[in-house]
Design a protein around this ligand. Structure first.
Ligand SMILES: Cc1cc2nc3c(=O)[nH]c(=O)nc-3n(C[C@H](O)[C@H](O)[C@H](O)COP(=O)(O)OP(=O)(O)OC[C@H]3O[C@@H](n4cnc5c(N)ncnc54)[C@H](O)[C@@H]3O)c2cc1C
Length: 385
């Protein structure tokens, strides 16, 4: 067991922090207010190698481990969770699906540009009537010779209106529920692929969330990922990895809220002394930092198991669940420590709180994480090995 970041991880953490301080921090409040999607910044993140940090070097990646990717997402989310989510969805979901399950030819075709930030990915599982119960999807893909025609609609898709590469799941055999779902790659510009209305959100307003409409979209059968019928299993595996990224996203938001709240508490004076001298405030800060550190420990463990090729679904769900609830709790307390200034948009506290809520919903709600954890515990029992 090693509880310290090694030299490589520290370097990644510090480089991301320097970048985010310089390129993101000065602008993120404005991006949030105006709903601006900072594509140029995402491209810079790609050019610096952050998007590919944990992907194989032969595709232009950095060849580092899962923790390295989580550090990137955490470091970006510390200042702007919208940028963090954009990158997390791109890396863990779209690139992750292609890297994990696509053919070598497909990987070589898509990953180098995606990793370099030249092409952005969207991962399309959720539909208007199927979220937690993803297997109830209605989008259909019908094979005709060497082509598939896909029809349906996908909901709440991160990067949905700005992506270049769409990974789309669809039913190819309606008699086989989970085993009848397949995954495909659809390129931007394919006739029939379009977006519905712009989705306005509580938080993460500088990230792109869109409905993706597939109206008789015809693609080559060669765009099928893996074999027909494997799409649901692939998607669940992709989500397992994605949850480590969302834990990093949540920790980044919580850390930002904690650091800003601690600094504010030292400056803000009431009753003739800094509010940081008050035990009520100290206890909030102590609980915040304890929860953040516990979230990191869960993340480290899930990431280490994944990199060893061992099952990590339960640990990833635990990390995601705990870090998400930590982010929501911590940001709420950070608003409290700021008093009225926490409630107004001059300070980033209310933004942190709005952004944190998504962590409890996206890539499986907290209820779904508890279902996954309980199912695994009841089947396999508990062991901390
Ligand atoms: C900003 C944003 C970005 C997103 N990005 C993506 C993306 O890139 N790609 C993508 O595919 N999806 C994306 N999603 C969709 C997201 O993953 C879903 O919203 C989420 O999985 C929940 O599905 P739902 O919204 O349909 O809620 P529902 O599944 O309808 O759930 C509603 C409520 O019921 C609870 N519930 C449901 N089933 C159970 C159960 N069996 N036991 C207990 N409680 C249950 C849920 O926990 C929740 O509280 C995004 C969503 C948002 C808001």
């Amino acid at each position: 067991m090693n509880f310290e970041l090694d030299q490589e991880h520290r370097q990644i953490r510090d480089t991301v922090a320097n970048f985010a301080e310089r390129e993101i921090k000065p602008h993120c409040a404005h991006w949030d207010k105006s709903g601006h999607f900072p594509r140029d910044v995402i491209e810079k993140i790609g050019a610096l190698g952050f998007l590919g940090v944990s992907f194989p070097e032969r595709f232009g990646g950095g060849g580092a481990d899962t923790l390295a990717q989580a550090l990137v997402v955490e470091g970006l989310s510390r200042f702007d969770a919208s940028v963090g989510l954009t990158c997390a969805a791109h890396m863990s979901l779209s690139c992750g699906h292609i890297a994990g399950f696509a053919s070598d030819e497909q990987r070589e075709r898509y990953l180098p540009d995606m990793i370099a930030g030249k092409k952005l990915g969207a991962w399309c599982l959720t539909e208007p009537s199927s979220g937690s119960d993803a297997a109830a999807m209605r989008t259909r893909a019908v094979r005709d010779g060497d082509r598939y025609t896909i029809s349906g609609s996908k909901m709440f898709i991160t990067n949905g209106s700005v992506a270049d590469v769409y990974v789309v799941t669809a039913v190819t055999d309606s008699s086989a529920r989970r085993g009848g779902i397949s995954a495909f790659i659809v390129d931007r510009g394919t006739p029939g692929l379009s977006n519905g209305r712009k989705i306005e959100k509580l938080g993460l307003r500088a990230s792109d969330t869109a409905e993706v409409i597939l109206d008789n979209v015809s693609i080559p059968a060669a765009n099928l990922i893996g074999k027909a019928g494997e799409g649901y299993t692939q998607a669940m595996k992709v989500l397992e990895g994605g949850r480590i990224g969302i834990a990093g996203f949540a920790i980044g938001i919580a850390r930002g809220a904690f650091e800003d709240a601690a600094a504010y508490a030292k400056e803000r004076r009431q009753f003739g002394r800094p509010i940081a001298d008050l035990q009520a405030i100290q206890w909030m800060l102590a609980d915040m930092a304890t929860r953040i550190e516990a979230s990191w420990m869960l993340l480290y463990r899930a990431a280490a198991l994944k990199d060893k090729g061992r099952p990590f679904g339960r640990q990833a769900a635990m990390a995601k669940l705990y870090a998400s609830e930590t982010a929501m709790w911590t940001t709420t307390k950070a608003v409290q420590i700021h008093g009225g200034y926490g409630y107004v948009t001059d300070f980033p506290m209310e933004r942190y709180m709005r952004d944190a809520k998504l962590a409890e919903i996206g890539e499986g709600t907290s209820e779904v994480q508890r279902m996954i954890i309980a199912k695994s515990l009841l089947k396999e029992g508990y062991s901390a090995d």
